[in-house]
Design a protein around this ligand. Structure first.
Ligand code: IVH
Length: 661
């Protein structure tokens, strides 16, 4: 009874993806069963959910002969090849139109599960198609594989064929865990699934969240009469086996191509990797009539997506400067066709990645382009490294504006420090400067800033104050009246408070709260400009990273010049009376890190909530972090918090702490 209940919840969770109870309740049921079986060993059966993990590690896998061989599929790479497949099938059957089933081509590992009288008794890898390896203990750990089939008309014997794989999310988490543990990361979900299934110790497999999808059968004795492949899949589903939802009955070559296109479009949103689609003739009688050729069926074909990875050569490495000043190394490549397009550039992400992957100019590299994602260099092929390959170093100066480049201690990204001056950062800097909580220049929106910068009317925020109404009136969507309104708004913005002005400068890591603290502590901009990192750290909640960031901003001559221009054009901020810092709030001196999504507020609101109470929000977890607030789908920051023993708050606890519940 309890066993059936637990298997039912496994099924709801892993097969239907629709749990009825919480994880905690599930754990309670499971513990209850473990205890019951320990007290009454005679009650424990082979198909008990407690037996999903167990047994000593194997010395080696034994061989399993498949009663019906596990064949492979022929491939089609173009629409013409699909049309040719359909033609062969039609001719073979003497029909005008053929009915097919379209399915995803899962990018995992083929396995065969043997059920005797509905009980899972043996599972094997494909091997060479005739003989595979017995990986039963490992397959038992996969919770979506039923240990006992549901429903009534159960065959005496049945081999279920399908694919073992890892969901993309689970793969990411697994690699994050490997990284935290200092273990080797897996190249892709397929490799991770393969490595996990070939473990001699099933406890290792149990810790890997493998999944299974059934797509057919091998041998079968007994069971209901079934006439179509689509009916077979429905029946497998009714037995409690996971069958993927992305399947469809279609007609003719147009139907096939429609299915292909529809799945190709949704590929990125699927939970698992696929490398194409599979078409199978639907009526089983027709499948038999067509039979097999060599080692593949004539009644089915795999229509593959274009390869997402290809080899090419790194001709040069350049640096791009993004809107926020981040310097990204970019590989210039010998053009290569990959993921359905010709690629000539690929991102190398950042300096750390570049070093970790040790990619050099002249290297032959693996380039990956998946869907709409920016092409990236995956790795260098070390065996092909030429003697003249050159190591690349990030420049010390911004390649766009020549300002010095800085790297904040807690970031992997290198940035241009000329935030107010650098052409690459212009639009962003001006928009931020004009924004409501900064200088509050009404009407200075994105479209306008685009035009002003593109027409080179404005290069830095200081140029805004030299604009004339006649020039503005000439721009798109601008009349004389709105031009004058803008000039008035610019005039009104000329006397900000010191803290708003500091915030408007867009210094990295200086949000409104820090800007307020700086203004209160120093009282004048001159003092802040002249402050050493030590001085800056006297301000509550300004740590070494923020102090360094401020220091480097003002050390950059270009930035100081822009401030000077602003002053000359009439922008003047009030000096502020310095205040001894009062204990600013309940969170004073406390550092928070946010991860995951909160249901009741945005990240920005959470940050505000913390800063309003005098707390600080940091971007990454360190020993100095006091609290990590973890919402849904938290990232690696949660692992880091646990590893460092930092207190983790869930949403409810956090809300309580800020007094919102
Ligand atoms: S049917 C007789 N259906 O593709 C046909 N195979 O080249 C047997 N695969 O190793 C295979 N998704 O692991 C079938 N929906 C699908 C599939 C699929 C992936 C793999 C399978 C096999 C290979 C065949």
């Amino acid at each position: 009874m309890l066993r059936a209940q637990i298997e039912h919840h496994n099924y709801r969770y892993y097969v239907l993806d629709d749990p009825e109870i919480t994880d905690a309740e599930y754990d309670r049921l499971f513990r209850e069963l473990v205890q019951l079986e320990a007290e009454h060993p005679q009650l424990a059966t082979a198909d008990s959910p407690t037996r999903r993990v167990g047994g000593a590690p194997l010395a080696e896998f034994s061989a399993v002969t498949h009663r019906v061989p596990m064949l492979s599929l022929n491939n089609a790479f173009s629409e013409d090849e699909v049309a040719a497949f359909d033609r062969r099938v039609r001719e073979g059957l003497g029909l005008d139109v053929v009915e097919y089933v379209g399915e995803p081509k899962f990018d995992g590992l083929a396995i065969s599960l043997r059920y005797e009288a509905g009980v899972f008794v043996q599972g094997a890898t494909r091997g060479d198609g005739r003989t595979g390896e017995d990986v039963t203990p490992n397959l038992r750990t996969i919770r979506s594989i039923p240990l006992r089939l549901r429903a009534n008309e159960i065959p005496f014997l049945m081999e279920v064929r399908g694919e073992v794989l890892l969901f993309k999310q689970d793969f990411k988490r697994l690699n994050e865990r490997q990284r935290t543990l200092g273990e080797k990361e897996f190249a892709n979900p397929r490799n991770a699934a393969a490595g996990s299934l070939r473990q001699l110790d099933s406890h290792v497999t149990a810790a890997r969240p493998l999944r299974f999808y059934a797509y057919g059968i091998g041998d079968i004795e007994g069971g209901p009469a079934i006439t179509r492949h689509s009916g077979l899949l429905d029946w497998l589903e009714s037995l409690g086996l996971p069958v993927c939802e992305e399947r469809d009955v279609v007609r003719g070559p147009q139907g096939l191509l429609q299915f292909y296109r529809s799945l190709a479009e949704r590929r990125e949103t699927l939970a698992y990797d696929i490398d194409g689609v599979v078409y199978k003739v639907n009526p089983l009688e027709q499948q038999q009539e067509l039979g097999f050729i060599a080692r593949a069926p004539r009644f089915a074909i795999a229509h593959k997506f274009p390869a997402e990875e290809a080899l090419t050569e790194v001709v040069a490495i350049d640096v791009q400067v993004g809107r926020t000043g981040a310097l990204t190394p970019v590989a210039r490549l010998k053009p290569v066709f990959v993921g359905g397009a010709t690629v000539t550039n690929a991102t190398l992400h950042n300096e750390d990645e570049l070093k970790r992957k040790d990619i050099r100019i002249g290297d032959t590299v693996v380039v990956r382009r998946a869907g709409d994602v920016i092409p990236e260099v995956v790795k260098a092929v070390s065996e092909k490294r030429p003697a003249h390959a050159r190591v690349f170093h990030m420049p010390a100066q911004c390649p766009v504006c020549g300002s010095s480049v800085i790297r904040l201690p807690e970031e992997s990204v290198v940035r241009c420090s000329g935030g107010l001056y650098c052409p690459a950062q212009r639009k962003q800097a001006i928009l931020h400067f004009a924004s409501r909580r900064a200088m509050d220049i009404e009407g200075m929106g994105e479209r306008l800033v685009e035009q002003l910068v593109d027409r080179e009317l404005v290069k830095t925020p200081a140029d805004l104050y030299a604009l004339k109404a006649v020039t503005l009136a000439d721009l798109e969507r601008m009349g004389e009246k709105s031009a004058q309104n803008l000039i008035d708004a610019l005039d009104r913005s000329k006397r900000p408070t010191l803290d708003r002005f500091i915030y408007a400068l867009g210094i990295r890591n200086v949000g409104e709260a820090t800007a307020r603290d700086l203004a209160r502590h120093f009282g004048s901009l001159e003092k802040i400009v002249g402050a050493t990192e030590e001085d800056l750290q006297q301000v509550p909640d300004v740590g070494p990273v923020v102090a360094y960031s401020i220091r480097r901003f003002f050390a950059e001559r270009h930035n100081r010049e822009v401030i000077e221009h602003l002053r000359r054009r009439g922008v003047n901020w009030a000096e502020q009376a310095t205040e001894p810092q009062k204990a600013a709030g309940r969170f004073s001196g406390k550092t928070f890190v946010l991860t995951g999504t909160l249901a009741s507020m945005t990240r920005e609101e959470a940050r505000q909530g913390i800063e309003d109470r005098g707390g600080k929000v940091a971007g990454s977890v360190s020993k100095k972090t006091d609290f990590v607030v973890a919402g849904a789908d938290p990232g690696s920051k949660l692992d880091a918090a646990r590893a460092l023993g930092v207190t983790v708050l869930d949403e409810a606890e956090f809300l309580k702490l800020i007094g919102k519940e």
